[in-house]
Design a binder for this molecule. Structure first.
Ligand code: AMP
Ligand code: MG
Length: 324
């Protein structure tokens, strides 16, 4: 666990334009000073991420939002007050403090207040905004522990703050709040149902397989193993067929799987709830890679609550790979 001296060291490194990986409640972020274009450019180099892909700016509290965006519409204010700190990112018009490097050249900026004591301590010690994508190589599985970050990025990151494993486990929900009608750009840790309850109106949700947010590719969150998605009742047959064809197969099942016979085929523990599923998702994918699987057969959870975010990530993990 990070100590106070670690937080101070991390804040000093951020001030010097260096990269610090830090825990949030969603996944680990790879952070740099959001106002320093050279520092932000380092993030893109470390990840191998194309510079047109915007980053999320992390700030210490909702009361600071006005410092980072051009204006705060009433809907954005309501959502910030209701869900921050928490896994909700608001896309708003860019304030001048945010470097264009961090927004991928866009005139909008994505902002959130993370709900993690280490992240909040870092933001308080640093005092500014921290631009941070997930701390993994571009396109691969997001890290949910400090050791995942070290394994992914090695020396490309100057310092890793350890805050244990992430409680939510999937990225934040991104909401475009620039206009009168907010829209979900990416499902995540705050559910659509909770957003709708707060807003008092229904929200459009992107289809799980469509790319809506700039900088999102069909293949993302991808383990080394190829991922195929099949109907629940076909998981076992598909896995057995692939095994006969010589594949090393990992079977990955959603919590609704009570069937003991099917469960016996699972390569990793079947999660007991959707929250547990989200928390474990990226670790499971990494574990299947570690077991040497070359094919993961998975079935989508029901697309409600956290299931929407999980289905979105699995769809993208199964998306066509750049080399394919
Ligand atoms: P990650 O790299 O996984 O941390 O995700 C950051 C996400 O925020 C990416 O999907 C970006 O495309 C999205 N994002 C950041 N800034 C903006 C913006 N101004 N408008 C829309 N999406 C954004
Ligand atoms: Mg990412």
């Amino acid at each position: 666990m990070a100590r106070i001296s670690d937080i101070e060291k991390a804040a000093t490194l951020l001030r010097a334009g260096r990269l610090v990986a830090f825990p949030t409640e969603t996944v680990y972020g790879l952070g740099a000073d959001a106002e320093d274009p050279d520092a932000v450019a380092r993030i893109f180099r470390a990840k191998g991420r194309p510079p047109s892909h915007p980053l999320i700016v992390h700030i210490g509290g909702a009361e600071n939002l006005g410092d980072w965006v051009e204006d705060v519409p009433a809907t954005a204010r309501l959502l910030a007050e209701r869900f921050w700190p928490g896994p909700l990112t608001l896309v708003l018009r860019r304030g001048r403090r945010v470097s264009l490097a961090a927004t991928g050249g866009l005139e909008t900026v994505a902002v959130r207040v993370p709900d993690h004591p280490v992240a909040l301590a870092l933001l308080a010690a640093f005092g500014g905004g921290v631009a941070a994508p997930s701390a993994n190589r571009f396109g691969s599985v997001s890290p949910t522990t400090a050791s995942h970050v070290r394994a992914e990025l090695g020396d490309a990151v100057d310092f890793v703050l350890d805050g244990g494993s992430c409680g939510v486990g999937v990225e934040s929900t991104i909401v475009d709040a620039t206009g009168d009608v907010p829209t979900i750009l990416r499902p995540g840790g705050v559910t659509r149902e909770d957003l709708e309850a707060a807003l008092g109106r229904p929200l459009a949700v992107p289809s799980a397989s469509r790319v809506r947010v700039p900088g999102q590719h069909p293949s993302h969150y991808a383990p080394r193993a190829r991922v195929v998605l099949v109907e629940p009742e076909k998981v076992v047959a598909e896995a057995e067929l692939a095994q006969e064809l010589g594949h090393r197969v990992g079977v990955f099942l959603p919590p609704s799987f009570a069937d003991a016979e099917v469960k016996a085929h699972a390569a990793v523990e079947v999660p007991g709830s959707m929250a547990e599923y989200a928390r474990g998702l990226y670790g499971f994918l990494r574990e299947l890679d570690r077991q040497g699987c070359d094919l993961i057969v998975a079935s989508l959870p029901a697309q409600e609550g956290l299931g929407l975010a999980i289905a979105n990530r699995l769809h993208r993990a199964a998306g066509p790979r750049p080399s394919a």
